[in-house]
Design a protein around this ligand. Sequence first.
Ligand SMILES: C[S@@+](CC[C@H](N)C(=O)[O-])C[C@H]1O[C@@H](n2cnc3c(N)ncnc32)[C@H](O)[C@@H]1O
Length: 203
Amino acid sequence: MTNRFDKIATEWDNKPSRVDLANKFCAKVLSLTNLNQTKIALDYGTGTGLILQRIQPYVSRIFGFDNSEEMLKVLQQKIDANNLANVEIKKHDIDKEIVGKGEFDLIVSNMTLHHIKDTQQFFEKCFEALRPEGELVIGDLITEDSTFHDPPNLGIFHLGFCSDDIMELMQKAGFIDVSVEIYHTIKKEDKEYPLFSAYGKHP
Ligand SMILES: C[S@@+](CC[C@H](N)C(=O)[O-])C[C@H]1O[C@@H](n2cnc3c(N)ncnc32)[C@H](O)[C@@H]1O
């Protein structure tokens, strides 16, 4: 057991709000991008694959990277049970390794950015991993007051983000056609947590 996600992996998919968010985020990805059966995609911070399994039918191959072995084990069970031949998973830590070099047409990442300390490096590594005209779609929280996660808040480096900062990080990494919008709001105990989607393209 090395991180908080290892401990909650087997229960991750049981929360209906996570599945609902995955549906909303993937609908946003499909509306922002131009996917077809020739494209190679990566779901970064794939976890149990809630995003990966919804994007998989629209692309030729999809990779899932994550640094939690236990989350990836749950995903591997889904791959085996559903005979998903075009899916490959890899234990990967963004803090220590490159993501790739010109390998992907699409990178998606949902609710992972706030767990990554060096966000500029994350965008630079995604940029390096994309092919020319490759697309990136990130989903995460708009700045929150630290009440979103139940304690213990281990492994959370950012209490959400403001749209302008995300745009700046992406443009600085080299992305063009950058846009950020609020696409959904999670309601929890009378509080509202808006979520953004950020889109950028490799030139
Ligand atoms: C909040 S979960 C989101 C999982 C999935 N994207 C979803 O929407 O259900 C964040 C994921 O990011 C992964 N993660 C956190 N920090 C990471 C890092 N430094 N490198 C790779 N993966 C990381 C965690 O293991 C976890 O599976």
